[in-house]
Design a protein around this ligand. Structure first.
Ligand code: ZN
Ligand code: ZN
Length: 309
């Protein structure tokens, strides 16, 4: 009874919090008047009759700039092993300090190949599927609530598809040929998020993200936002630094460290299947929160002193 009460009030609280949050966000959205719709109308008329170009701008150019922009900053820190106000947030403190240049060069080649030769053509395929479904570059932007609903849908689809395909790639027969490459990095860095065998890149990285907007027949604006969010979120989850006010990367970092824990993105399916049971007994789990102060979590929640010392 007590548990039911706690869970029940927890759900109520979350629902109320979620509602008031969307209310505030929508207020903010509404306050900007028709700003976004006007911007979109301008862009749309500029590309009159060139929907395809507009689509590639939103799903290739913008996400690519966002991805490489974020990773350029991270690579600078990884290669230089400074500034210390960032490196002090490193999760596996003794690793990549600085990153091995030969290993990095090797990873970058695969990353560039995956990005240009696999992601590129898949976005072209997505365009054709989405055009068949409807009008991805229509003159009207989706409403705020619809966009929010779609994004929630994308996140759920990604969690389900990534978790199960990722677990499948951990089957010994598939692991050796396909997924081992991604796990060469037991202490990952940002760019490693798409360092993977081409088949894994298609099935585990691209499809779970690209399929949502195709199923829901989404507008290019929501699709563009989703691609950018997905790329930044996977970069952060691999970056190796638990920085203030950014989503915690402890979960996936732990997957790279221990291999057989934490397969998902959000962790919901891991909880359901018990694939986070070891993770939940670790210091990394205690640190798996949003860092809201400037003190690194490795300092505020230090490792147990090693036995024999
Ligand atoms: Zn990974
Ligand atoms: Zn894995």
């Amino acid at each position: 009874k007590k548990a039911a009460f706690v869970i029940g009030s927890g759900i109520l609280f979350l629902a109320a919090f979620g509602n008031s949050l969307t209310w505030h966000l929508q207020k903010f959205w509404g306050a900007s008047g028709d700003f976004w719709q006007n911007q979109w109308s301008k862009l749309h008329s500029r590309f009159e009759g060139h929907d395809q170009a507009l689509f590639y701008l939103g799903t290739m150019l913008v996400p690519t700039v966002v991805f490489w922009g974020t990773n350029a900053l991270l690579l600078f820190v990884d290669i230089m092993a400074k500034p210390s106000f960032i490196t002090k947030y490193r999760i596996q403190q003794d690793k990549n300090n600085p990153v091995d240049p030969a290993k990095l060069r090797h990873a970058l080649k695969t990353v560039l190949f995956n990005h240009m030769c696999i992601s590129g053509p898949m976005v072209v395929a997505a365009y054709h599927l989405m055009s068949y479904r409807g009008q991805p570059c229509g003159p009207e932007l989706p409403t705020f609530h619809w966009a929010l609903l779609e994004l929630t849908g994308f996140v759920i689809i990604e969690e389900i598809m990534f978790y199960y395909s990722h677990r499948l790639f951990h089957q010994p027969s598939l692991y050796k040929t396909f997924h081992k490459q991604h796990h060469e990095w037991t202490a990952p860095i940002g760019i490693v998020c798409i360092y993977a065998h081409p088949l894994e890149h298609v099935i585990s990285n691209m499809l779970p993200v690209a399929i949502g907007p195709v199923i829901l027949g989404s507008h290019i604006s929501t699709t563009c936002l989703w691609y950018c969010l997905a790329l930044v979120s996977t970069t952060v989850s691999h970056c190796g630094y638990h920085l203030p006010l950014l989503p915690s990367p402890e979960f996936h970092d732990f997957h790279h460290l221990r291999f057989n824990q934490c397969y998902g993105v959000l962790g919901i399916l891991d909880r359901l299947h018990g694939t986070d049971s070891k993770f939940r007994q670790t210091k990394q789990y205690e640190r798996h929160t949003l860092l809201t102060s400037l003190t690194p979590l490795t300092e505020s929640i230090p490792d147990e002193p090693k036995k024999g010392l």
